[in-house]
Design a protein around this ligand. Structure first.
Ligand SMILES: [Fe+2]
Ligand SMILES: [Fe+2]
Length: 218
């Protein structure tokens, strides 16, 4: 299956418009944002665990990165409430479940195998840093070999200078509305700007976004 698998394609998807598709596990459904492969796939998805559901023990052959959007995700190593950011490196394995149910943003097979750092960050307890312009605050989540992931909070009325994404940019809107000269991206919009793209972003009402840059030259 190939779905938005060409990183040179600009993609804007409103996740709420996408169907919940069955996964191999009962009670676990997903909305596919991008996919290249079948069950073993380079993929970015929104995955929903119903109350009491679980997913079979599996190994992350290409690494797994997720952000918990709602509820509590769990595995044998811990419980990860909404706002948790987790990276399970290439070769790691686990058996996930959710007692109360949860929704997560997941990225599979997008990790450098040399990047063996296990990351667990509770973003609700973390220290935010000033951003490049007034009105922006940044919570760095991870960086490796040119790839950089962060949460960025925009106060209402914040404007950012025009810039080029040399190796691409990917955004998921967590709260509020993110904007640029090409569109209006409310909460639950997934935006992928290809390598070499340019824009001038702003937010009239304020927003919170997940941002990854430097990873789309493949
Ligand atoms: Fe996993
Ligand atoms: Fe940008």
């Amino acid at each position: 299956m190939k779905l938005h698998s060409d990183p040179r394609e600009r993609v804007v998807l409103f996740a709420e418009d996408l169907p919940w598709l069955d996964s191999p596990a009962p009670g676990v459904k997903r909305r596919m944002l991008e996919r290249d492969g079948s069950e073993i796939a380079r993929a970015t998805s929104i995955v929903r665990y119903d109350t009491g559901s679980k997913f079979a023990e599996h190994t992350h052959g290409g690494g797994e990165e997720f952000l918990v959007l709602d509820g509590v995700f769990s595995d044998q190593f811990g419980d990860y409430p909404a706002g948790s950011y987790v990276r399970n490196p290439v070769g790691s394995s686990h058996a996930p479940f959710s007692l109360q149910g949860c929704i997560i943003l997941v990225k599979l097979w997008q990790m450098d195998q040399l990047d063996q750092t296990k990351v667990v960050i509770d973003t609700s307890q973390s220290q935010w840093l000033p951003g490049m312009v007034e009105g922006l605050t940044v919570l760095p989540l991870h960086s490796f070999a040119g790839e950089s992931v962060a949460l960025v909070r925009w106060q209402a009325g914040t404007h950012f200078p025009r810039h080029n994404h040399i190796a691409g940019e990917e955004i998921y809107v967590l709260e509020g509305v993110f904007q640029d000269e090409y569109g209006y991206y409310p909460k639950d919009t997934w935006l992928r700007n290809p390598p070499g793209s340019i824009h001038t972003p702003f937010s009239e009402q304020g927003c919170l976004i997940y941002v990854k840059v430097g990873h789309l030259n493949f």
